[in-house]
Design a binder for this molecule. Structure first.
Ligand code: ADP
Ligand code: MG
Length: 489
């Protein structure tokens, strides 16, 4: 296994290296909850998607949602895990107001999948991070502190929503690599369509475990667990702060205390939340209301065969198949919907580099400006291919085409229709172009003299004036040729 070199230079100089393991909770993109048929939709009125099962009323029995199992298996396959044909749901008992049952159904001793690996691209090359386990569990409800003055409200719509927990081995060595790992895990999960990974809506949540140890040693020091980081940059900041705090403690001869810490984003510091509970505090035991979860090997193979290209493979394939630069392939695969869109445009016969310039440039800018995901963008790949085709055939100039694109979105019309309606077709008629040239030359006798006296760069000035006179519609190559003839006089 190739560990990336640690870039935590300061930590190493002081003789201590950081050791980081991450626990990532990911909400699965299912319509229904993990053990009942309630909706998982985000943002519904509080406590409307609840039933006796997710409320834990006596006598209600859970039934596993097969869609959630398939998504968990898909993730486990993608992260190279061994998937166990039989795994066991367990009760994790604790008391908290967001947990109506008094326990969470999770997996403990016999998880769905173990022993995976993930190649992370870091600033120092590729580092392999081992994945300890991926298991299925249900989410808890949500406490709302800012709705009722002086009290806390609880919304149980989220209770019972399916999650996977993806646990890494303590293989990360600095805060920046931890951030890269998370970003790339999220990228893969998005490609797999396992989750929407929306961090603001809490679809992806991270707990970080951190310890330090003398550089070169292999044992593990006492760790702390940091929670409440709701963005990748916060994860990096929190880890940096916590590593620094532990080093300072150890340098002063204090021991690192085993505890759970909360990241305070505004103050940029970690605060103790509670002394850490041990797993025996949860009194785990096998869930008596559910049989072992059985995933037949045939189903695993089917899911494996149906796995889409992951980001790295897709990037390499785009580069190879279409001969586009690595940079373009990187941007185009930064989102699966973008890569899908691009491939459709090329599939319609557009020259690949031309398609790439349009998709990465004007199209992406427009989609961002109106804040619409490309998967649902009203200007379809066919519409864009049509627009690029008009440039290729010389019907419109590239400059005009850039104005046509937003009008296509506004009016829901094809490029050809906009060009027709707005009279934007490129003018290639020498006589009409000649009239504009004559007008411009008549207005600028001094510039003609200077040009003829040798100031050749004025060609560009004349060119610009003629294009302006034609309101961008004259065919530039014809303008250039005719202008050169007339200026020669
Ligand atoms: P816990 O029982 O506290 O949840 P686990 O041993 O189950 O601890 O590990 C949880 C996570 O913490 C894993 O991602 C693991 O890699 C990481 N981890 C475990 N021990 C350490 C350590 N000493 N330093 C940093 N990370 C650790
Ligand atoms: Mg833990």
């Amino acid at each position: 296994m190739s560990r990336g070199r640690s870039s935590g230079g300061a930590v190493q100089a002081a003789g201590y290296e950081a050791v980081i393991g991450l626990e990532v909770h990911v909400q699965l993109r299912t319509a229904e909850k993990l053990f009942c048929a309630d909706s998982t939709r985000f943002g519904d009125a509080p406590n409307t998607n609840v039933c006796p099962v997710c409320l834990g009323l006596p006598g209600a029995l859970p039934v596993v949602n097969p869609e959630a199992v398939d998504l968990a298996v898909r993730a486990a396959v993608a992260f190279g895990c061994t998937i166990h044909e039989s795994s066991v749901f367990a009760r994790k008992n604790y008391f908290y107001p967001d947990l109506p049952k008094g326990y969470q159904i999770s997996q403990f001793e016999a998880p769905l999948a173990t022993a995976g690996r993930f190649a992370v691209e870091t600033a120092y090359g590729e580092t392999e991070i081992r994945i300890r386990r991926i298991h299925l569990e249900e989410d808890a409800g949500k406490l709302i502190h800012d709705r009722i003055a002086g009290s806390t409200a609880v919304d149980l719509n989220r209770a019972g929503t399916p999650l996977i927990e993806l646990v890494s081995e303590p293989d990360l060595r600095n805060a920046r690599d931890a951030r890269a790992y998370l970003q790339q895990v999220k990228h893969v999960l998005e490609y797999l369509d396992v989750s929407d990974c929306n961090m603001e809506e809490g679809s992806l949540r991270v707990d970080a475990n951190i310890s330090i140890r003398p550089s070169g040693s292999t044992g593990l020091g006492t760790k702390t667990e940091v929670k409440n980081m709701n963005s990748f940059s916060n994860v990096e900041r929190a880890l940096t702060v916590e590593i620094r705090r532990q080093r300072a403690a150890v340098r002063q001869g204090e021991a690192v205390e085993h505890q759970t810490l909360l990241w305070d984003e505004t103050r940029g510091e970690v605060r103790p939340m509670r002394s850490k509970e041990e797993s025996h505090d949860y009194r785990y035991f096998p869930e008596p209301d559910l049989p072992p979860l059985v995933v037949p090997p045939g189903r695993i193979d089917e899911i494996r065969r149906g796995l889409p290209d992951l980001p790295k493979a897709r990037r390499e394939r785009l580069q190879r198949a279409f001969g586009i630069p690595a940079y373009d392939a990187g941007v185009l695969t930064s989102e699966r919907a973008l890569a899908d869109y691009y491939e459709k445009v090329v599939g319609l016969g557009t020259e690949p580099k031309e398609a790439s310039n349009w998709v990465m440039g004007p199209l992406l800018a427009l989609a961002k400006a109106v804040d619409t995901p490309l998967g649902a963008f009203p200007v379809t790949p066919g519409d864009l291919a049509g627009l690029i085709g008009l440039v290729g055939s010389g019907a419109i100039s590239r400059r005009v085409a850039k104005d046509v694109l937003p009008r296509m979105l506004e009016r829901g019309r094809s490029a050809a229709e906009i060009v027709e309606e707005d009279g934007l077709a490129q003018i290639r008629d020498d006589d009409r172009i000649g009239v504009w040239i004559a007008e411009v030359l008549a207005r600028h006798p001094k510039e003609i003299e200077r040009f003829r006296a040798g100031e050749r760069r004025l060609q560009g000035f004349f060119m610009g004036q003629v294009m302006k006179a034609s309101r961008g519609k004259a065919d530039p190559s014809r303008v250039s040729r005719l202008l050169a003839e007339r200026l020669r006089g």
